[in-house]
Design a protein around this ligand. Structure first.
Ligand SMILES: O=c1[nH]c(=O)c2nc[nH]c2[nH]1
Length: 453
């Protein structure tokens, strides 16, 4: 049911800060007509009963069934929308081969608007069904297809941030899939920003434009400089890939004698609203710079296992106070599920922590002991961390935040969660949700209080 102007009676979980899960046991969420949480009344509050009776009398209360729990909707911080048709394909190639032989030819197809609309509609539907209420999308270089992605998000109600990709370097991009010149790359970026800002269905800014240099290898200096100037003027979000693999990290060092992070900063592309995808090879100085600029990393654990040649030190980044969210990196990562990626974040952190070579004695197996995270950190980056990274009031269930939420039905017949009343209470329920839930357990999805599924 649409929850705008209503009160939801439910139990659930969110992570107001790193390391702390707030167990919301039988609470009332007051939701405004424009879909913002205005109050959360807890069962133990002195005026809980009075408030409940008043809301009940006004016919305002919507109650979730027992065994169903509310979570913040997932914030996917790194999605290549056009790559959905190759999800689960070509994962045995190194990044540079995967890009040139598979990914660029697929993305080039998006000049066909009918193909673009078909792929993008399916993707947005599937992400919503899995509980992704906000997605930060790379589109392609094509203006029409990128506009179509924005229209589809608006029509289906998904919160989204979308970038028309800028890529114009003839040395690294194929002739049939690159911006014709720096001017074309910059004009395309500006046109898409203007399109979204003037869109009649986007008055509330549900879909935001993102300045999107694909990564340093694919852009000329003139384009990177021009994009920095656009960011200064428009204050938009920025997204790009940063120091992802040995090859990508070495590229900037060879071209400039500096790291990706240093060069992005040089071009004015490292801001409070910048999201750096992957960032596996950040140096200590890079990390300091990212933190100082309050930029964020989109950690993509599944994709990194295939393409990055290393595990991102998530725990070190979180301990340092860097902004970090979670990304599926469709299709570098073969799963569109944020829950599956949350589990992968735990898994790869365990491998980083223990080391992986069984021939080495335990004491020598890892240079990164103390790297493991738990389900709380994984849940945090999938929700709260994403909201902080984007500087948007999403990812938490507290007053002032949008009611972007999912209901997890732990009793769904075709679902994969099995709870035991004898021992599953409080946080233990969230732990089982994070580790075992699947799409069949996502029973409802709301964005800004509007029920989408
Ligand atoms: O995982 C990735 N996916 C991409 O599409 C891409 N482009 C540059 N670098 C990239 N890495």
């Amino acid at each position: 049911m649409d929850l705008r102007g209503k009160t939801l009676s439910a139990s659930g979980f969110h992570a107001p800060e790193r390391g702390r899960i707030d167990v919301l046991d039988d609470v009332l969420f007051d939701i405004s007509d424009d879909g913002i949480i205005t109050a959360v009344h807890r069962h133990g509050d002195p005026n809980y009963r009075t408030i409940r009776e008043a809301r009940d009398l006004a016919g305002q209360i919507v109650t979730l069934p027992k065994g169903t729990y509310i979570l913040p909707g997932f914030v996917d911080l790194h999605v290549h929308a056009p790559q959905y048709p190759q999800l689960g394909a070509a994962l045995d190639q190194p990044l540079e081969t995967w890009l040139t032989q598979y990914t660029f030819p697929l993305e080039a197809r998006y000049q066909d608007l009918a193909f673009a609309k078909r792929a993008y509609s399916l993707l947005v539907e599937d992400l919503l069904a899995g509980g992704t209420t906000t997605a930060l999308y790379f589109a392609t270089i094509h203006q029409e297809a990128t506009r179509a992605l924005a229209d589809i998000c608006l029509e289906k109600g998904q919160r989204a941030l979308i970038g028309k990709i800028a890529m114009d370097n003839p040395d690294e991009c194929p002739e049939d899939y690159r911006d014709a010149s720096p001017e074309a790359a910059l004009e395309g970026t500006r046109d898409f920003i203007d399109y979204l800002r003037a869109h009649p269905d986007n008055a509330d800014g549900r879909v935001l434009p993102v300045v999107t240099p694909r990564f340093i290898p694919s852009c000329t200096d003139a384009t990177l400089e021009g994009l920095g100037e656009i960011v200064r003027r428009c204050g938009c979000h920025v997204q790009t890939h940063c120091s992802e693999s040995d090859w990508a990290h070495a590229y900037a060092l060879k071209r400039y004698g500096k790291t990706d992070t240093e060069m992005l900063d040089h071009f004015g592309l490292l801001t409070r609203k910048t999201v750096l995808a992957h960032a596996n090879f950040l140096t200590d100085d890079d990390m300091d710079l990212v933190k100082a600029r309050e930029a964020a990393v989109a950690h993509c654990p599944l994709s990194n296992a295939y393409f990055a040649n290393a595990v991102f030190p998530l725990k070190a980044a979180l301990d340092k106070g860097m902004h970090v969210g979670l990304g599926t990196d469709i299709s570098g990562g073969p799963s569109a599920s944020m829950l599956e990626n949350a589990r992968s974040a735990v898994l790869v952190s365990r491998m980083l922590d223990s080391g992986t070579d069984p021939k080495l004695p335990a004491g020598e197996r890892s240079a990164n002991t103390g790297s493991q995270i738990d389900f709380r950190d994984a849940f945090y980056i999938a929700t709260t961390g994403g909201g902080i990274a984007l500087d948007l009031p999403i990812g938490r269930l507290e007053p002032g935040f949008k009611f972007d939420a999912v209901a997890i039905d732990t009793r769904a017949d075709k679902g994969t969660i099995r709870l035991w009343d004898e021992f599953d209470t409080g946080e233990a329920i969230l732990q089982k949700i994070v580790y075992t839930a699947s799409r069949a357990n996502v029973s409802s999805v709301w964005i800004g209080g509007a029920k989408l599924r």
